[in-house]
Design a protein around this ligand. Sequence first.
Ligand code: SF4
Length: 110
Amino acid sequence: MKKVGIIRCQQTEDLCGGTTCFKVAETGKIAFQETGPVEVIGFVSCGGCPGKKAVPRAKMMMDRGAEVIAFASCIKNGNPIGFPCPHADTMIDVVKIRFGKDIQVLNHTH
Ligand code: SF4
């Protein structure tokens, strides 16, 4: 079972407890069909706009064993209120460019 670190939108913390992210991760559904069921070893926010802290936070979770970094669907898809992050593509692309050769990166969870 692979280990995953999930990065979520800090602005969405008041709106969502991450329940569906945890469920799809442990059951290997939706975005986690690519990995199969995973163990969540970290669940952190992007650190707030404009999301630059997502990069060191991804590295921190890699250092703690994450083999997959998943960006929660609040970021790219705007769950649960239909309000995507305006910095989503930049944040995800930078993590892929910097760490994509060492880990798998998922741009959404469900
Ligand atoms: S940078 Fe994007 S993901 Fe992070 S808090 Fe701001 S809107 Fe949310």
